[in-house]
Design a protein around this ligand. Structure first.
Ligand code: 5GP
Length: 176
């Protein structure tokens, strides 16, 4: 879109260092277990791929894709499951991996759905957290970075399906 400008908020080096640290922490916490990492598409695909290579416990991967209903129902936090998990998570140790938590509505809905499927445990890891915008309390076990209330793109996050491939996290300043 004309007039888009962007400034780097988190550099590639900072992301990679933090992802490695999260990988070490998660591996230590899940020692002796075989967690199922559930990535939320599309935004978390790059984070999951990088995190995966820092996990040293036996792990399997599954993915869900969700989209929110229209603005009218946003306050209810209802999200539509576009793609569900391939495998049952009953009795499994599940690590849900998100790109960003904003109002918390999406994550709280996902946590409810996954918990209803009776996993042995459920923890949540998000790369980015915008706590200023929270509307509902959500449990976060692992968090990459806390960021201010700005619209960010890159490293999996899009604006109009673009910029997911960028290696850093950028703030998109819209307008002239
Ligand atoms: P929540 O339900 O927590 O309000 O929103 C979570 C979803 O909103 C994220 O998974 C993401 O798709 C989208 N989102 C929230 N903030 C941003 C942002 O700054 N940039 C991008 N690209 N998406 C965002």
């Amino acid at each position: 879109m004309p007039g888009e400008r962007a400034k780097v908020l988190i550099t590639e080096g900072e992301i990679q260092a933090r992802v490695a640290e999260l990988g070490r922490q998660i591996s230590a916490d899940y020692l002796g277990k075989e967690p199922v990492v559930v990535g939320v598409l599309k935004g978390a695909f790059i984070f999951v791929a990088d995190l995966a290579r820092h996990l040293t416990v036996p792990v399997s991967f599954d993915f869900m894709a969700v989209s929110s209903y229209g603005a009218a129902t946003q306050s209810s936090g209802e999200v539509r499951i576009v793609k569900d998990l391939d495998e049952s998570i009953e009795g499994k140790d599940v690590l849900l991996v998100e790109d960003i938590v904003d109002t918390g509505l999406t994550l709280s809905y996902l946590q409810r759905i996954l918990l209803s499927r009776k996993p042995a445990s459920l923890k949540t890891c998000t790369l980015l957290d915008k706590p200023d915008r929270r509307k509902v309390e959500v449990a976060l076990d692992y968090r990459g970075f806390e960021i201010p209330n700005e619209f960010v793109v890159g490293y999996g996050l899009d604006y109009d399906q673009k910029y997911r491939n960028l290696r850093e996290i950028l703030v998109l300043a819209r307008g002239s």
